[in-house]
Ligand binder design. Sequence first.
Ligand code: GTP
Ligand code: PEP
Length: 233
Amino acid sequence: MTSPHGADAGPAVVVVTAVKSLEAAKSRFAAPGDGRREAVPGLVLAMLLDTLATAAATPGVVGVHVVSPDPAVRAAAEAAGARTVDEPAPGGLNAALEAGARAARAEHGPGVAVLALQADLPGVTPAELTAFLAATAGRRGFAPDHAGTGTAALYAPPGTALRAAFGPDSAAAHRAGGAARHAGPWPGLRTDVDTPQDLAGAGALGERTAAVLAAADREFASKTRGRYARMER
Ligand SMILES: Nc1nc2c(ncn2[C@@H]2O[C@H](COP(=O)(O)OP(=O)(O)OP(=O)(O)O)[C@@H](O)[C@H]2O)c(=O)[nH]1
Ligand SMILES: C=C(OP(=O)(O)O)C(=O)O
């Protein structure tokens, strides 16, 4: 993680992300009973680790906090250098992100900005995150997902609450909450991967995600003579 530098660098940023239990995650990618389902936990972890690697490599990011009820997720995140936060009760994505934001400011102080980032952005790059942070100009803002209705990232400046409103139509909810919309040319940032079809739009995939998909592809091909990853990408 790098410190802010240069006269025009913005405030230090802590990235907060959340992952539900691996067993429950990514039901739209492969439902129980689908032959691809067994690859999903590894894929979720790989996408998380690629997302965390990008966050940590982005100038100005001084910490990353991952909130999850799943010990395997927390162990992988800690091994990657992130802080972890237990799932709050009651849970849910927004409660988890708020808990992460509180933990971030408890550790780094109220003067840090919080960037809530989806955990399934295998194509996101440091350049994209840097461009988004610059676009906010230090004000509350969000990057809509590729469809335009969801949210890939929500930025809360120092001293302001996160007020996460992720979920259906979260772009409109964040807009209504005073966040500016920044729909830049950032396919990796704006493509959270929920389905195999989403992989095609995510840009160049991070190395962990690419490796997991290649292994799943080989496994699936050996069982069915299909080649799902190649077909779907
Ligand atoms: N910690 C935590 N993370 C959550 C929770 N709900 C969703 N998330 C995470 O938030 C992101 C978006 O969640 P969803 O789109 O609802 O779920 P998903 O697992 O990605 O996909 P589906 O099962 O197909 O809906 C994913 O990274 C999830 O793991 C929650 O209750 N707690
Ligand atoms: C939670 C969201 O996205 P998804 O369910 O597609 O992961 C969102 O865009 O607010």
